[in-house]
Ligand binder design. Structure first.
Ligand code: G3P
Length: 310
């Protein structure tokens, strides 16, 4: 769906108003060519996944949530707190998002202060909505109220579970530092409803005039040869595009943190859409330097260079 020509020219301008991701150290002759690049975070609470990514300089931060902590092995508050502290300390000074689990505003603010006390690089994740789905007596605006209270308390926040651009707009107005639209879940949902016979997940794109090749294979988007051209449809990426357009138009400085990635193609598209931050699962990030044609090319270079050894 998103063609390179559709990328936001204003997105680059907006990045210039934000913190440098790759600052050039004082006294260095060669300025870093990508000072205002979008930031890449690892979407995981598993420290063994985070370490190699940080060592390779691939990530500038981490996002976690209760599901990721559970997946990382947390089975009590003690272990969840230990994991969160370990990640925050390991990543410092880079930002680490830790999510609130309390549901009452006063308790949420208390919990946010506790989490922020783990380190100055903590960003508190606040679910934007869904409170009434848990308990009908809860206030539907709990998330917005807490975002605003935390802004008043100088605590950086990440408004999570964003599924449309108005949620993002209101979160920004409440004072959120980041908004996290879940593009993969949007695309999964629509795909499932458009094509109930197929399983959601990786098959988010219709490539080449909407034909899905093979026997309904759901691996199209992960086809390693997929480049950035071709007809595609991804409602999740469109959501990112839309939020960036609104924030650009009104110079809103809340960073758009694209989340819930399913494949590397979405990474390219979110860069084109002007996302400020992309939080990506470790397996996708581990593969960023891979391409079958790179493999083939490298094998040829190495084989040909053997001739020089003779
Ligand atoms: O950062 C949000 C993310 O963890 C949600 O991803 O894969 O559960 O939709 P997913």
């Amino acid at each position: 769906m998103l063609q390179p020509s559709e990328s936001h020219p204003a997105a680059g301008e907006r990045r210039l108003t934000m913190e440098k991701v790759n600052p050039t150290p004082a006294g260095k002759k060669l300025a870093h060519p990508s000072e205002h690049a979008p930031r890449i975070f690892a979407d995981t609470a598993t420290i063994t996944e985070i370490r190699p990514l940080k060592e390779a300089g691939i990530v500038n931060g981490v996002t976690t949530n209760p599901s990721l902590l559970k997946r990382a092995g947390a089975d009590s508050w003690a272990s969840a707190n230990r994991i969160m502290k370990e990640i925050v300390e390991y990543m410092a000074p880079m930002p680490v998002s830790l999510e609130l689990t309390e549901l009452q505003p006063e308790k949420m603010v208390e919990q946010a202060k506790r989490l922020a006390g783990i380190g100055p690089n903590v960003v508190v994740k606040v679910p934007i909505g869904g409170y009434k789905a848990i308990d009908k007596s809860l206030d539907a605006h709990t998330g917005l109220k807490v975002l605003h209270r935390l802004w008043e308390n100088d605590i950086r926040t990440n408004a999570t579970l964003i599924f449309n651009s108005t949620q993002a707009f209101w979160a920004a107005n409440a004072g959120a530092s980041y908004v996290s639209p879940f593009l993969g879940r949007v695309a999964d949902y629509l795909y499932k409803h458009d094509h109930p016979e197929r399983t959601p997940g990786n098959s988010l794109y219709f490539i080449d005039d909407h034909k899905v090749p093979g026997n309904g294979l759901d691996k199209v988007a992960n086809t390693a040869y997929v480049a950035t051209a071709g007809a595609r449809k991804d409602a999740g990426v469109r959501l990112i595009h839309e939020i960036v357009a609104v924030f650009n138009a009104y110079r809103i400085r809340t960073e758009v943190l694209a989340a819930s990635f399913r494949n590397a193609v979405q990474v390219t598209e979110c860069l084109l859409a002007g996302a400020d931050i992309l939080t990506v699962p470790a397996p996708i990030l581990m593969g960023v330097a891979d391409h079958p044609l790179s493999d083939e090319g490298m094998q040829a270079f190495v084989a040909d260079s053997k001739v020089f050894d003779k």
